[in-house]
Each structure stands twice: as structure tokens, then as C-alpha cells.
Ligand binder design. Sequence first.
Ligand SMILES: *[C@@H]1O[C@H](CO)[C@@H](O)[C@H](O)[C@H]1NC(C)=O
Ligand SMILES: *[C@@H]1O[C@H](CO)[C@@H](O)[C@H](O)[C@H]1NC(C)=O
Ligand SMILES: *[C@@H]1O[C@H](CO)[C@@H](O)[C@H](O)[C@H]1NC(C)=O
Ligand SMILES: *[C@@H]1O[C@H](CO)[C@@H](O)[C@H](O)[C@H]1NC(C)=O
Ligand SMILES: *[C@@H]1O[C@H](CO)[C@@H](O)[C@H](O)[C@H]1NC(C)=O
Length: 492
Amino acid sequence: MVWRLDRLLSGWQCRTMSVLWVLLFASYVLFFTYVRDSQHSCQPHLPAAAVKWGSLWPTSSSTAAAATPTNLSHIVFGIISSLKTVKTRKPLIESWWRPNMTRGYLFLDKAPPETDESLRCPSTCPPIRISEDISHWDLYPKFKHAVQIRIFRTILDTFREGDRDVRWFVMADDDTVFFVDNIVELLSKLDHTKHHYLWGRSESVGSNAVISFDMGYGGAGLVFSYPTAEVLVQKMDGCIRRYPEAWTNDGLTYRCLNDQGIAVSTSFQKGFHQIDLHDSLAGFLSSHPQAPLLSLHHIELVDPIFPSKNRVESIHHLMKPAKLDQSRLLQQTICYRKEMNWTVSVSWGYSVHIHESPLPRNILQHPIETFNPWRRKDRFPKFMFNTRNVSRDPCQAPHWFFFESIEENSLEDEDTIVTTYTRARNRGLSPCVLAGNHSADHVNRIRVLSPPKARLEAGGVECCDVLPVVAEKETATTVRIRPCMEAEEIVL
Ligand SMILES: *[C@@H]1O[C@H](CO)[C@@H](O)[C@H](O)[C@H]1NC(C)=O
Ligand SMILES: *[C@@H]1O[C@H](CO)[C@@H](O)[C@H](O)[C@H]1NC(C)=O
Ligand SMILES: *[C@@H]1O[C@H](CO)[C@@H](O)[C@H](O)[C@H]1NC(C)=O
Ligand SMILES: *[C@@H]1O[C@H](CO)[C@@H](O)[C@H](O)[C@H]1NC(C)=O
Ligand SMILES: *[C@@H]1O[C@H](CO)[C@@H](O)[C@H](O)[C@H]1NC(C)=O
């Protein structure tokens, strides 16, 4: 009991002292209010530009503009980079950046040497800016991870550029690849005058469990409607003051938005990919969720996504189908070749699988586990989705074909896009005897015909037919993607 009395006593003493202090210094404090306010040491110095915010706010989201549909010109991208990474990642940014179309900036931590010509790219990548230097802040020594604070504040740096008619801010890393047609399509369906924060989570259970299942991972891309960005940039330095120990910038964004009472957990988008994965993404990209592809991150940390191409070549290769039809990119369409008992699964613009047995759609939608979780040692459950094991069973293991080329409106197939996929390697297995012993070893090429004009609606499912072959052991197989018929059942 003694210690309790002690504590009470000291508490009482403390309160008494406080009261005395207040009484004694009340007049002093009142007198010097002006002086103290300008020197308050708990607050980081507000950057000079902040004072002028009122006049710097771009006049966006005006009611006049609200009626027109959202297009690419209404989006500003803020790409977070550094002197260390920008050179190797510039080609990744160039793969999706549209010269004179996309708006945005690339933020470096320090100014590059003026003599460095390698960073010059007049219109093929975003103009370079330098993040605001915060090293003089009183709070700076308290930052456990000053880099993360800089990255967190990039949306403020972007906002201050003062672009006009901005409806959306899209923030990401320099190793994020965006699919901008699909992003425009997504944003055009939303009201940019309301609060929106759109995001993707980590694919690895372990990462989400450590930080949050409801948080947007920065590399996947974070999307803010104008009003949400406006609140965030006004409040962000206050959030930094509250959480100087923050160790991830995206975690800080999540905390800060949460503190403003903005609903953060509702706008998870299945097409944003943090790619917290290692090794081969082939299985993941061959069974993409039925949702438009929005981004791919960590391209440098995973294997090249196409065989016999390097990482940068691979991404530029994927951009060929992306340029003609992003709505179908990686969208999975499944059909069967009855007389052979084959199951064909197309991941448009990326791969085709032929299985020598009839497999149901719900199994094929589970990616083949060609990849590992972010923390390699994690055990089940490793991923935020179901997977299939890599199998050596001839009835389960597919024949793999990868995207080779694309042709639009060729003479023989007018008004059709033709994508061609070629065999990666021999499967090295005997045929599936249980399903009738119908080997697909002789097939080397697959042509997929798809409609060119009509975009596939987000989340939409299409059907396909394997076209009849002329000769028994034809090395090329043709698949035609078409709208599903009324009440069509996709089974063998
Ligand atoms: C985008 O919309 C604006 C109107 O808000 C319009 O002036 C502009 O021409 C459009 N741009 C494109 C590329 O369609
Ligand atoms: C972009 O615009 C600049 C200046 O207007 C022009 O010089 C350049 O050729 C354009 N680039 C492309 C790829 O259209
Ligand atoms: C997949 O492989 C792992 C490790 O080899 C094994 O423990 C697991 O049971 C397999 N899962 C299925 C569904 O076969
Ligand atoms: C397809 O496979 C089933 C077993 O899964 C078998 O009963 C059937 O005969 C096979 N059909 C053909 C055409 O081989
Ligand atoms: C399967 O077909 C191959 C020829 O393609 C044949 O050599 C083999 O004996 C067949 N296996 C069975 C179990 O029928």
C-alpha cells in the first residue's frame, strides 16, 4: 500500500505544482503569446511553401468540370525514386509512361549531378523533381526511418506542383509498372469529388499480418481522390509529429487517413499488385483474379516474367498486348476440347495452358505455386489466395505457352485481335492416361482470337471455343474468345 500512497502523494504534489506554475506565469504567458507561438519547439517548421498553400491549391474538382468523364488528363502520378535506383528503373517507368499524355513527376532524394546525361528523357519519363529537404526539422533526429518520412510526404510534393484540373493522385515507386487504360476506366466510374483511397494489399499473409490486412501497400500504387489528397497533405505533418517512429511510409499513410476518419478498408482493388513474392510469377500471372490488371511491382526482385527475355524486355513485351486491349490483359478464359479431354486456360496477352484432363474452373483459378512468399520461411497459409502445387502428375501439370506476338485486323481474321503463344519447353511427362491418353506434346503454337473493339467489362467472364483442327496432329491450335451464351455452362 505504501507505494500507492507515494504515488498519490507525488501526483498531488505534481498537480499542486502545476497549478502554482499556471498562476505564477499566467500573465507572463499571456504577455508573450506572440513570441512563443512563433518558436514552438514541438512542431516541425512548416515548410515555407505551406504558408502559401491557400493560393497554391489547384482549382480542381470544380463543379463545371465534374460533369465531364474522367480521362488520363485528370490524373497526376507521383513516382518515388532516388539517385541510387533511378537509372536502372527508368526503363520500367518508360514502359508505361505515355509521352505528352500522362502527367506527373519523379521525385529524387537529391539533385543529380548536372553533368549526368543518363537521366535525361525529354518526354519518355516524368519530369524530375527533388523531394523537400526535411533534415533541418526539429523532429528529424526522432525519425527512426527518415527515408520513409520523405516518401510519405511525396504526395505533398506532388500536390504543391499545382497542376490544374486534377481529380486523382496516383502514387507509386519507381519499380511499379502501371496499366493506365485500366486505371482510367476504374477511376471514371467513381465520383472524384468524394473521398476515395484505392489500394492493393500484399500477396503474402505474413506481411499483412505484421502491418495490416486493410492497408494499401505503396508499391502496388495508392490512389487518392482530390479531396482525400487535400486532407492528407494538410494533416500529414501533424501525423508525422504523432508517429515519428513510423517504419513504413504506406503504414503511415494508412494511419494518417484513419485518423481523419476516412474509410480506408473498403476500397481494396484486386488488380493492384504489390508482388511481395519471389521467384517465378508465371503461375500467378496465368491465373489472375477476374479483375482488370492495374499494376505490377517488384519487377526487379522476381524472375523475368517471360522465358528467354530479361526483366525490362519482359515488361516491354507485356506492354504490346497492353497497348491494344488492357481490359483483357491477364484475364483468364477457359474452354475445353471435348474429343481430346483437354482443358485450355488462356491468360490473355501472357500465357496459355493446356491440361490433358478436364479440370473445373475453380481449380484453374488457383495460381500454380511457382513463387514463394515475401518471407521465404513462412509456412501455411502463405498467400492471400488459394494456390495449386507445382505438379508432376501428367493429368494436372499443364503444357505452358507464352505470349509471342500480337496482330490487329489481319487479313484472314478481320476485326479480330490475334495473339500468338509458343511453347516454352517440352513438358517431359507421359500423357494423361486416365483421361484417354491424348497427348498435347505436338502442339507448339496457340493462336487466340479476341474481339478488338468491345472492352471486357471489369469482372466480366468470357467463353471460348477450341476451333476444329484440319489435320490430326496439327502443331497449331486456335482458340476463339467470345461472349458467353445465355446460361452457358463452362464445363466439359
Ligand atoms: C479529357 O477531358 C477534358 C475535359 O475534362 C477534355 O477537355 C479533354 O479533351 C479530354 N482529353 C482526352 C484525351 O480525351
Ligand atoms: C512531346 O512534346 C514535345 C514538345 O511539345 C515534342 O517535342 C515531342 O516530340 C513530343 N513527344 C512525343 C513522343 O510525342
Ligand atoms: C503441396 O505441397 C506441400 C509441400 O510439398 C504439401 O505439404 C501439401 O500437402 C501439398 N498440397 C496439396 C494440395 O497437394
Ligand atoms: C475423358 O476422360 C474420362 C475420364 O476422366 C474418360 O472416361 C473418357 O473416356 C475420356 N474421353 C475421351 C474422349 O477420351
Ligand atoms: C498412350 O499413347 C501412346 C501413343 O501416343 C502409346 O504408346 C501408349 O502405349 C499409350 N498408353 C496407354 C496406357 O494406352
